[in-house]
Ligand binder design. Structure first.
Ligand SMILES: [Ca+2]
Ligand SMILES: [Ca+2]
Ligand SMILES: [Ca+2]
Ligand SMILES: [Ca+2]
Length: 236
């Protein structure tokens, strides 16, 4: 540790420097036991194996809200939902649940973006344990199907993949003989599917500029295809 680093840490009141003027004070950031648990979805509001969270201001009040997909309870004929929870003025108070769609067998991913450029936030969603890629158009969140037959799209990332200024999406099936595909946004929320790979099964993907050429590539953890790969975006 450098002298400058020691001095910086001392100014932050780290306990390992008892001579600092803040030592023994209120800095408890290293005490994980002091994290406070807040339950924004009370018991009964979030059954059925909720999966991945989306975080964005769904109602435009300046406070970020949270959405989840839940895949269901294993009964092929019931369960599952997409929903978002509205953040109140006091984030520690109960949040209000808004059901987007149910039953939603296999629902897993839901992420926020303005997909049609109308300044209202929308939700892009997938059913990672069943079939289907879809979006909910704000502000009333009407469901719009994109690709109802896409099997087990278990990952989801949103970004401007082709660099034309609108938000696109990418997903990968969790099946070993599945597809990785990106969905090109026309700018108005109409999407065209482009397959990147076959026989590629993954639980998770990341968009990142792997080769530093200025475009977003996709990194895929091949959970079921037993590989770890990245696909280079051809736009650069
Ligand atoms: Ca909000
Ligand atoms: Ca919108
Ligand atoms: Ca785009
Ligand atoms: Ca790149």
């Amino acid at each position: 540790m450098s002298k400058a680093d020691r001095e910086f840490r001392s100014q932050q009141g780290y306990r390992i420097y008892p001579g600092s003027h803040l030592a023994g004070g209120s800095d408890r950031s290293h005490d994980a036991k002091n994290w406070v648990r807040h339950v924004f979805a009370p018991p009964g509001e979030a059954p059925d194996n909720s999966h991945y969270a989306g975080f964005g201001d769904a109602n435009g009040d300046g406070r970020p809200d949270i959405a989840y997909g839940a895949k269901g309870n294993g009964d092929p004929l019931s369960g599952g939902w997409f929903a978002w929870w509205e953040q109140p003025e006091d984030a520690k108070a109960p949040w209000r649940k808004h059901l987007l769609s149910a039953p939603e067998i296999g629902a897993s991913n839901i992420m926020p973006a303005d997909l049609n450029g109308d300044d209202h936030l929308d939700w892009f969603a997938t059913r990672g344990h069943a079939y289907g890629v879809l979006w909910f158009r704000g502000p009333d969140f009407e469901m719009i199907k994109i690709d109802p037959d896409f099997k087990n799209p278990h990952s989801l990332d949103l970004a401007d993949i082709d660099g034309d200024g609108d938000i696109d999406a990418i997903t990968c099936s969790k099946d070993p003989d599945g597809h990785a595909a990106w969905f090109e946004n026309s700018g108005s929320g109409t999407f065209t599917r482009h397959d990147i790979a076959t026989n590629q099964g993954s639980y998770d993907t990341r968009l990142c500029d792997m080769d530093k050429d200025g475009d977003l590539d996709v990194l895929i953890a091949g959970h079921t295809s037993r590989n770890v790969v990245w696909f280079e975006n051809p736009i650069q």
